[in-house]
Design a protein around this ligand. Sequence first.
Ligand SMILES: Nc1nc2c(c(=O)[nH]1)N[C@H]1C(S)=C(S)[C@@H](COP(=O)(O)O)O[C@H]1N2
Ligand SMILES: [Mo]
Length: 502
Amino acid sequence: METPKSHPASPRAWAGAGIAASLAGIAAAHLIAAVTEPRAAPLSAISDVVIAAMPPAVTAWAIETFGTADKPLLLAGLAAGLIAVAALAGLAWRKRPPAAAAIIAVLALAGAGAAATRPGLSLAAALPSLLAGAIALSVLAWWSGRGRTATVTGRRWFLAAVAGVGAAALAGSLLVRRFGPASAEADRDALTLPDADVPAPDPGAADLDVGGLSPWQTPNADFYRIDTAITTPAVDVDTWSLTVRGMVDTERTYSFDDLLGRELIERDITLCCVSNPVGGELVGNARWLGVSLADLLAESGPDPAADQLVSRSVDGFTAGSPTDLVFDGRDALVAVGMNGVPLPVDHGWPARLIIPGLYGYVSATKWVTELELTTFGAYDPYWIQRGWDGPGPIKTASRIDTPRSKADSGTVTVAGVAWAQHRGISAVHLQIDDGEWTECELSEVPSGDTWRQWRFDWEADSGDHSLTVRATDGDGNIQTSDVTGVKPNGATGLHSIAITVA
Ligand SMILES: Nc1nc2c(c(=O)[nH]1)N[C@H]1C(S)=C(S)[C@@H](COP(=O)(O)O)O[C@H]1N2
Ligand SMILES: [Mo]
């Protein structure tokens, strides 16, 4: 028998083989994860570990620089790094197969370890990454063995087939994520929410009729999202539960049906993010349906010395809220509905907290599964560990929605929204160029817990102008013009736009 010749493929083809092998493995893993546990997908699990381990300064920089594009960028960066390492592994296999196999094994184990150690995931979460490694190794083994005697065309076909299977698996995983059997979406679709026992008060004329102005009620599809997790949890509502524990007389656990069986309260409440820049969009107003958080906690007999309520999500996120605010009579809710439908999966299905007057990072835990009564001294929640301040009042804010940058001379309706949740908005003023502050018309609102629309009819002369808005909260305090960044407790400063009138 003839001894096999040295492998005829070019180094570039070897690198290509490494990339194709790894992509096929990862794509298959993402498909398996999509039908079983999306958070176990290797790229998702590794991203979550990177996010969790990121130094606070880097996290703050990423939020300031990229806003909510930070996560897609992280994923793209990881994917690029992976392609580079996969190409290297392919090249290395040419001369030293064991070393190359070791590189792939280390990557697979990293993904497996990351997935298995995610909060709420089990050892089984390691399987997709291990499968990815096995596929990549098998492809490279074929390439270096049988591929040696194959024709150039044969090898090309092989790589094309591997890449094709990988692309199909990747497309499949995206489709499954969107439409698939992921039971969370199906369970959610199957649920009809009971009617509210305590309906929301009539908001009155909450919408001023101005084109380009944010609607008073933000549609769910347009509602901003902030998640520390790269892949949002798909919670099984049948096994989900909410436990009240810590400094209480009796620990209690509630099923989803327990919540639906309680008195359901409907309230319009505006939620905003502490990392919303001046004039930013990380704020929205929704009609939430839920049970009273205070009543639920009271059933467990909380120790009055517990000054912090720590809420935990199935994904490991935690928030700490002051118990004196939870119990002061405001409409703090464990919400199950949003704008007339069950809580969307991305907004916390099956249940989340909403506490009017607090920023989301210290109150609005999505996919909430545990409520621990404790003290501020005893525990620092997620963002506090990363250098953000403990809960403080929401800063009075106002935003110009329309016009954007151009207008025709004549009457131009300037309009926007203003918010200072729980204190409410008592006035909004607009300044044109360096002129006087003039008072704007305000919409009606049902309570101080929602944002408020404002409008002003401006007789605009052609030329360049600047418009600046300023709100006054329900306590009579005027929004500060001092400029501060979002970290550590929310941005301040006035929203101003430059406009050219033709
Ligand atoms: N589990 C979980 N809950 C969370 C977060 C998160 O990252 N994970 N982000 C919080 C922050 S910072 C905000 S501003 C709100 C945003 O809620 P939304 O995504 O429904 O708009 O959710 C809060 N609850
Ligand atoms: Mo936030």
